[in-house]
Ligand binder design. Structure first.
Ligand code: NDP
Length: 335
């Protein structure tokens, strides 16, 4: 079977490409420019012509009519991930137009497409909370959308990102509903929380590392929590990028995943949990490692990932595997 993967040169996209090729899929990797596909071709060259690169430009601007032709399934990961943005439209337009664009191209030019898996986010379920809450797929983060509607560029940086993901996911479900009599495919949405892990995409310097790994590096290696308490922050779930990649691929294979939102996560965490774990590793990954503030964490968030457990039956990596393998990758790169 063949799959189109958008955002294929990103942190998550590159892992999906790698795992899908290893599982025997033919992969068409969509990136902005041919140049951005070179590292993917090089790092997956054992798979020969099973990997093809397609340059699609800016997904905010146009649909992917050519890219979808002939594939059996699509995994749409492309969407901007940053907390550095002034006008929220810079995130919302590519998120929403990209998601709707891929669905409309599949409707128009993808008669062979059977399933489309869209990478959404935990951020579509919950805004930051200081109240105890159990997070599951029945929730929608209306608060971040409201923050952006009311405050525009003055909204909290996390609200701009969360609103882009929430509006994009809502647009996906609306498209499916509006076109249900015309489409031959169904949609699965994956809602992962913070994704960390070793890197297989092209990263030349630490400053160009993707946003979630920058947080991980800044906190766990440098001990810089940007003024927040590592015993309370971030109070979200985490998931290893390798498990997130497998969740996307399993979603193509399991009929029951069709039409579902799936929260994939090992557990909730505060940074101190991972710091304590890192400090307990033998040998230690770094000569000097941040200690944080050892103590009793204050947890607000409980994750209910039982739906994804039931449907996808993933075997998640442990926090120890995450920390050990990520640090091994960072130290090998001199970070
Ligand atoms: P990256 O920044 O590493 O990757 C984002 C990908 O999207 C890149 O390939 C990027 O291409 C592409 N992209 C973004 N904007 C555009 C655009 N306008 N036109 C074309 N391509 C575009 O981020 P991640 O891999 O971490 O994120 C992938 C997906 O996972 C996103 O949908 C994100 O919202 C979601 N997610 C991520 C989480 C995390 O913790 N990392 C948590 C939950 C969800 P280019 O390099 O050319 O800009």
């Amino acid at each position: 079977a063949s799959i189109l993967v958008t955002g294929a040169n990103g942190f998550v996209g590159a892992w999906i490409v790698k795992r899908a090729l290893e599982k025997g899929y033919r992969v068409r990797a969509a990136v902005r420019t041919v140049q951005k596909g070179r590292h993917l071709l090089e790092s997956n060259k054992v798979h020969g012509d099973k990997l093809e690169i397609v340059a699609v430009g800016d997904i905010a601007k146009g649909p992917l009519d050519e890219a979808v032709k002939g594939v059996d399934a699509i995994i749409h990961t492309a969407s901007p991930v940053t907390l550095q943005c002034d006008d929220p439209k810079e995130l919302i337009e590519p998120a929403v137009n990209g998601a709707v664009g891929i669905l409309s191209s599949a409707l128009k030019n993808g008669p062979s497409v059977k399933r489309i898996v869209v990478t959404s986010s935990f951020a579509t379920l919950l805004a930051y909370s200081t109240e105890p809450v159990t997070v599951h797929e029945g929730l929608w983060n209306e608060a971040s959308v409201k923050d952006v509607e009311v405050n525009g560029s003055k909204a909290a940086p996390i609200s701009k990102y969360a609103a882009s993901k929430t509006l994009a996911e809502k647009a996906v479900w609306k498209f499916v509903e509006d076109h249900k009599s015309e489409i031959n495919w169904d949609v699965t949405v994956i809602n992962p929380p913070w994704i960390f892990g070793p890197v297989v995409h092209e990263v030349t310097t630490l400053d160009t590392l993707n946003a979630s790994n920058q947080h991980f590096h800044r906190g766990l290696v440098k001990g810089d929590f940007q003024g927040t308490d590592p015993l309370k922050y971030p109070n979200r779930g985490w998931c290893d990028v390798r498990d997130v990649a497998d969740a996307h691929i399993r979603s193509l294979e399991v009929p029951a995943a069709g039409g579902e939102r799936l929260l994939v996560s090992n557990a909730s965490f505060v940074y101190q949990d991972l710091l304590d774990l890192a400090n307990s590793l033998d040998p230690k990954p770094y000569h000097t490692l941040a200690m944080g503030t050892p103590g009793t964490p204050i947890r607000f968030v409980t994750i209910d990932a039982s739906k994804a457990d039931r449907i996808l039956a993933l075997k998640y990596k442990t926090a120890e595997e995450l920390v050990r393998d990520t640090f091994a990758d960072y130290t090998a790169r001199g970070w």
